[in-house]
Design a binder for this molecule. Sequence first.
Ligand SMILES: [Zn+2]
Length: 187
Amino acid sequence: MKLNNEEINRYSRHLTLPEVGMAGQLELKESSVLMIGAGGLGSPLGMYLGAVGVGKIGLVDFDVVDHTNLHRQIAHTTSDEGRPKVESLRDTILAGNPNIEVEIHNIRLARDNVLELFKQYDIIADGSDNFETRYLINDAAYFSKKPLVSAAIFRFQGQITIFSPEAGGPCYRCLYSEPPPASLVPN
Ligand SMILES: [Zn+2]
C-alpha cells in the first residue's frame, strides 16, 4: 500500500512527526474501525478518524437526524434532518477526506448480526446510548478478540476507556457483570 501525491501533501504534518511518519500513516490507512453510534460521540469520532486517514470506517446506527440533535451532533446539519444518521455522517466524513472508505450499516445491532460485522474491522468503538447495546457490544468484542474503545456521556460527565482482554485487561462485564435495572439508571 502507498500514499498518492495528494495524500502525501494532506498528511505532511503527520509524515514529519517521528512518532507517525510514513510507516505510521500507512498503518492508519490499512486499519479499520467500526463505530457504533453516529450521534454526539460518533460525530467528532468519525470526523477525526476520517481526517487523520483511517482507511476504513464502519458506521452503525438506525436512527434519523432530528432537530434536537443538531446542537451537539456536529456532523449533521439542518438540511440533514430526517436523513439516516449513517448517511449524513458518511457524507461529512468523505467531504473531509475522500481518500478513505466509509461503510454504512443502517441497522439495529443484535445478537444475530453483531459477530459477522465485528469480524470485518480491527477495532470496535462504542458510542451507543443504552445499556442493552453496550453489553451486546462488550460480549461480541470479547468473543471476537477485538479491542473495544468504550465511551459514554451523561449530562456534563464523560467516561472513556479501552477494554482489551487479549492484552490482559478486563472487559466491561468484569467491572459491571449485569446491566443495571432500567428503572434506576437512565440511558
Ligand atoms: Zn470480563
